[in-house]
Design a protein. Structure first.
Length: 163
């Protein structure tokens, strides 16, 4: 009886490890910053406040520069809904009000590669990309699982295989 219980426990443990490996291999939304800055403790609330421009500088006084992907990007839609808790129209309404108070929305860059290039070269920049695009030039500060409505198909198709 004990031997069967031990085997069952070992089997369940192996299944759990196998599921972790599958989960880790799934594409996620990677929130990125330059390797050295900003100095913030990133959680969803802090990230939301950076993107809504309620937090302007980090603890070292470096200006924070959030960047977005284009409005038609599935990653931007996932980010907006998951982190900012808004859909497209309320987000547009928010920035219309902010604009008249002198606050501009985050810059929009054309692709994951453009976001990585900008963030890597800009202290204080914060962006998000598909996790398969993250490389050594930037620091991943948070991984956010993609909602089930976002298909991973195509998010990483433009990446060439490493030699």
């Amino acid at each position: 009886m004990r031997r069967n219980a031990a085997r069952l426990l070992l089997l369940l443990w192996g299944l759990a490890l196998g599921n972790q490996a599958v989960w880790a291999a799934q594409v996620q939304l990677a929130v990125i910053s330059a390797p050295t800055a900003p100095r913030l403790s990133f959680d969803r609330d802090t990230l939301r406040n950076v993107y809504l421009k309620r937090i302007f500088i980090d603890s070292d006084g470096i200006k924070l520069t959030p960047v977005n992907l284009p409005a038609d990007s599935p990653l931007r839609d996932a980010f907006t809904k998951t982190i900012l808790h808004m859909s497209e129209q309320p987000m547009q309404d928010y920035w219309d009000k902010q604009y008249f108070q002198g606050v501009s929305p985050p810059y929009v860059l054309a692709s994951d590669e453009a976001v990585i290039t900008f963030v890597a070269a800009t202290p204080g920049a914060v962006g998000y990309v598909a996790s398969c695009h993250a490389d050594a030039s930037i620091r991943v500060v948070m991984l956010v699982p993609l909602p089930p409505t976002i298909s991973e198909t195509g998010l990483c198709s433009d990446r060439t295989a490493a030699p």
